[in-house]
Design a protein around this ligand. Structure first.
Ligand SMILES: Cc1cc2nc3c(=O)[nH]c(=O)nc-3n(C[C@H](O)[C@H](O)[C@H](O)COP(=O)(O)O)c2cc1C
Length: 186
């Protein structure tokens, strides 16, 4: 099984990254291969609306650091998207990549990719109300499903500000690990 992880926080040692790492520690099976991307460190342009991906079966014709990620996502069995909430939504680093996934849609907007992938969203936020941005985040998950990624699940952790705080939340870590079990289940 191949898992692609996308870390969308600029803070390499922030709570989003820590949560992602805790979850990945659950991997005991050596047949699970993980390919990880720290989006903030990559050169990813926004979609240029050339529509080349609609005129043929080709994926995105722009060549930058998204090229490899797009390729890896086509091969992935599972995806983990780890993002903090920024301004009520996902981070710009992630949004830029997701726009490029427009290339997974054919001219008739059906998907070019196999629908047997699952996506786990690990989301962190400062606000104490876990449901405050849920509808916006669900829209992002629904978009990934529309693009062809199969079942998407959101795991939202509230009230996080100082890096390291998430490691003190044993209940959160336990629940996140349960979500990961769901992710890797066949
Ligand atoms: C630019 C910016 C915008 C933010 N916007 C929100 C927001 O709209 N709602 C919220 O609850 N937290 C917001 N936060 C707080 C982060 O979501 C929260 O602290 C998160 O856990 C940070 O993750 P990190 O430690 O991985 O950086 C914002 C933080 C920054 C830097």
């Amino acid at each position: 099984m191949k898992i692609v992880t996308l870390l969308a926080s600029p803070r390499k040692n922030g709570n989003t990254s820590l949560l992602l790492n805790e979850v990945l520690k659950e991997i005991k099976d050596e047949n699970i291969e993980v390919k990880s991307y720290y989006l903030n460190g990559l050169n990813i342009r926004g979609c240029q609306a050339c529509y080349a991906c609609k005129k043929s079966d080709r994926l995105c014709v722009l060549k930058d650091d998204a090229t490899e990620i797009i390729e890896e996502l086509t091969k992935a069995d599972r995806v983990i998207i780890a993002t903090p909430v920024y301004m009520f939504d996902i981070t710009a680093q992630l949004k830029r990549l997701i726009d490029r996934l427009f290339c997974f849609l054919k001219e008739d907007y059906s998907s070019k990719i196999a629908p047997d992938k699952k996506v786990l969203w690990l989301i962190t936020q400062g606000n104490i109300d876990k449901n405050r941005f849920k509808s916006i985040l669900e829209n992002n998950a629904s978009l990934m499903n529309f693009i062809g990624f199969g079942e998407n699940r959101l795991f939202i952790t509230e009230n996080l500000r100082t890096p390291g705080d998430v490691l003190k939340r044993e209940d959160v870590l336990l629940s996140a690990k349960k979500e990961f079990e769901w992710l890797i289940k066949k």
